[in-house]
Design a protein around this ligand. Structure first.
Ligand SMILES: NC(=O)c1ccc[n+]([C@@H]2O[C@H](COP(=O)([O-])OP(=O)(O)OC[C@H]3O[C@@H](n4cnc5c(N)ncnc54)[C@H](OP(=O)(O)O)[C@@H]3O)[C@@H](O)[C@H]2O)c1
Length: 280
């Protein structure tokens, strides 16, 4: 989807990758609804990107609906939904704080599912939409100390594959970005936990992984949306691993090609019922 004048709702907008995404999206002429909890940083970013600050804690059950309502009331229907807010849990499952684990799954997996559920009907009605998930290679490869985080990202990637299957035959697209380590405080924190740091250190030394620059990661995500790419895997050298992990999903998708989906059927019925003003 070309992004000029499109309404993009970006979660985790004030973080390392989020702020790079906000800058890249604003440079393309997108109109931004920016979501995070910390209001001062959010308002400063909104000022810099000509966007709208939509404060909210996405781990709260009522937040997806209230955030979406505030964004739509400011800028109209959402065209592009970017699930970028995320948090790592850095500990072995035997030691992890149960509440931290719960919060991470709520933010990394549950909130994107619920927000997508709430935003999709409008996208289908308007005949235009794109859902983007900033997932992680930690959802493909397992690292010690990142079991909870990896599980939440694997769930997000899998849910996006299911969503893509359900949206076949509709004008709504999806992009799943599976990113390796990005130069960020998150990776600095990971560097403080010896088993996880050692695992990443070896992957970097063996050149299986490379640390990405936030602006590089953000511009790759934006280009993937502009090109309607279903998958973005960075660094490129790790892309085959993610593709192999996704092979069963790709295979089933190929097997099911041509089978009508309920979403496409409902979307087509809406077009017939309510042909006014729909752009297809
Ligand atoms: N950094 C990496 O190496 C890396 C690699 C692969 C994938 N990723 C993924 O990329 C995404 C961004 O990572 P990042 O490194 O940029 O993270 P970050 O710098 O820690 O930023 C996280 C963002 O999410 C917001 N946030 C946190 N908790 C929230 C909540 N409960 N409700 C709403 N917003 C919340 C934060 O703002 P507030 O605290 O003000 O709410 C902030 O804007 C994450 O999904 C992460 O898993 C990161």
């Amino acid at each position: 989807m070309l992004l000029r004048d499109r309404h993009v709702l970006l979660t985790g907008a004030t973080g390392t990758i989020g702020s790079a995404l906000a800058a890249a999206l604003a440079a393309r002429g997108a109109r931004l609804s920016l979501v995070a909890r910390g209001e001062p940083a959010l308002r400063a970013l909104a000022h810099d990107t000509d966007g709208v600050a939509v404060p909210g804690d996405l781990t709260r059950a009522d937040a997806p609906a209230s955030v979406l309502a505030a964004a739509e009331s400011a800028l109209g229907p959402v065209d592009v939904l970017v699930h970028n807010a995320g948090v790592e849990v850095l500990d072995e499952l035997a030691d992890v704080d149960p509440e931290a684990a719960r919060q991470a799954v709520l933010l990394n997996l549950v909130a994107p599912l619920v927000l997508t559920r709430l935003a999709l009907p409008s996208m289908l009605r308007h005949g235009r939409g794109h859902v983007v998930a900033v997932s992680s290679l930690a959802g493909v490869a397992t690292f010690p100390g990142l079991a909870v985080y990896g599980a939440s990202k694997a769930g997000l990637t899998h849910a996006m594959a299911g969503l893509r299957a359900e949206l076949r035959g509709t004008p709504v697209r999806t992009t799943t970005a599976e990113l390796g380590p990005v130069d960020s405080p998150m990776m600095d924190r990971i560097g403080t936990h010896p088993p996880t740091a050692a695992a990443f250190g070896r992957a970097l030394r063996l050149h299986v992984l490379r640390t990405l620059d936030p602006a590089e990661a953000a511009s790759a995500v934006v280009r993937a949306v502009e090109r309607d790419r279903a998958h973005l895997r960075r660094p490129r050298r790790a892309a085959p691993l993610a593709a192999v992990a996704g092979a069963p999903r790709t295979l089933v998708r190929a097997v099911l090609t041509g089978i009508p989906t309920a979403t496409a059927t409902a979307s087509a019925a809406r077009t017939v019922d309510d042909g006014q003003g729909l752009r297809r």
